[in-house]
Ligand binder design. Structure first.
Ligand code: G6P
Length: 362
């Protein structure tokens, strides 16, 4: 039974370990034996005709949207913005003339996100819900729906739904880009890349011992920590910090590394952990120098780096995949560090205080 913990002490660890299988399942469901993803043509047409994509979500789903927006812009050339549903619902920004809405929700039941969808439907704007739960409220009420195929996610802290959301966004963005005739999308073999991602995830989850050691050495006794990065890596930093906050109660912040010097670096003290995510060619050197600036002020530096950008003393080396998919790998050590920090503190990893898996109040 998919909702059984088996030999795992916590669902969260099981769900982290399931991520390679989820990637393979997504490839199977969306591509089967074909090279082109099976996506509703009518939806692709509606999306291609839009002048702006609005991605809406809460919590981890919002963070998956931050990554997805960068992928849609890169592969489809459509301006894409990402919104926290509880903000958008009550302070709706001025919209473009032809909006298309993408709702990200693991449960498909989040009240804040539904509030936005109800309004979207009043205007007859086309929408897509990407969810893990077939026939959930958000999937029934949107114009189109796509599934995450991640299997039941039980741990409150979301892991496999996050990576599944990013993978589905990449599959859709590639299909849409090809539909629109965009060269960047034609050049991006998402099916093959997701296979590489699955293998890469596997190799990271196989190195738990080292991740546990780093967590216990650097994170278990500190009140606060920083994840830093630029671009995609910043987007992942936000999710990485959320994992640490949610289950280990370390006050963690995901920060745009170049912005540290404009104020936040004042918080760095001796032994403050600063974890840099470095996967993007264009910004790797810049993030490294920002990390060095924190080290000069006493920070303990930890790095999560794509292999081709790695240096001798980097902490975690990620297998190389296409630059738009690196979040699928860089988040894994962060998920595991949060897990082991929580475990080491003797906390209930699956049921952190004050949190619910699905929030159906506004
Ligand atoms: C709750 C959960 C989070 C989740 C958020 C959005 O706050 O604790 O893990 O990211 O809801 O949930 P959704 O089901 O809409 O993705």
């Amino acid at each position: 039974n998919a909702a059984d913990k088996g030999t795992y002490p916590y669902y969260m660890l099981k769900e982290i370990d399931e991520q390679p299988a989820v990637m393979r399942k997504l490839v199977q469901e969306y591509f089967g034996d074909n090279d082109v993803a099976k996506i509703d043509e009518k939806m692709l047409k509606d999306m291609a005709e839009a002048d702006h994509l609005y991605i809406v979500g809460a919590g981890t789903s919002y963070h998956a949207g931050l990554v997805g927006a960068r992928i849609f812009e890169k592969l489809c050339g459509i301006p894409t913005s990402v919104h926290i549903s509880s903000e958008f619902a009550y302070e709706q920004p001025l919209l473009s003339k032809k909006p298309f809405f993408i709702f990200l929700s693991q449960s498909g039941e989040t009240a804040d996100s539904r509030e936005v969808l109800v309004n979207v439907n009043k205007h007859n704007w086309p929408s897509l819900t990407i969810t893990n739960v077939d026939k959930s409220t958000l999937s029934r009420e949107a114009t189109y729906t796509e599934l995450l195929y991640a299997g039941p996610e039980i741990a409150v802290a979301s892991t496999k739904a996050y990576t599944a959301q990013i993978a589905v966004e990449a599959i859709l963005a590639q299909a849409l880009g090809v539909y629109m005739g965009k060269q960047a999308a034609k050049d991006f073999d998402v099916k093959h890349q997701l296979g590489l991602v699955a293998n890469g995830m596997q190799s990271i989850t196989d190195s738990k011992k080292k991740i546990e050691e780093i967590a216990s050495r650097y994170l278990s006794k500190v009140p606060n920590a920083f994840y830093i990065g630029r671009g995609m890596d910043w987007s992942v930093s936000l999710e990485a910090a959320l994992k640490l906050k949610e289950i280990s109660y370390v006050q963690a912040e995901g920060f745009a590394s170049g912005e540290l010097k404009h104020g936040t670096i004042a918080l760095i003290e001796d032994h403050t952990p600063v974890i840099a995510i470095i996967t993007q060619d264009r910004t790797a050197g810049l993030t490294r120098s920002n990390l060095e600036e924190t080290q000069a002020r006493g920070a303990s530096a930890i790095t999560i780096v794509s292999r081709h950008l790695a240096q001798e003393d980097d902490t975690f080396i990620l297998p190389d995949v296409d630059e738009v998919l690196t979040p699928l790998l860089s988040v894994i050590p962060a998920q595991l560090m949060a897990y082991y920090t929580s475990l080491g503190k003797g906390l209930d990893v699956d049921k952190p205080r004050n949190l619910a898996k699905s929030v159906t109040v506004q």
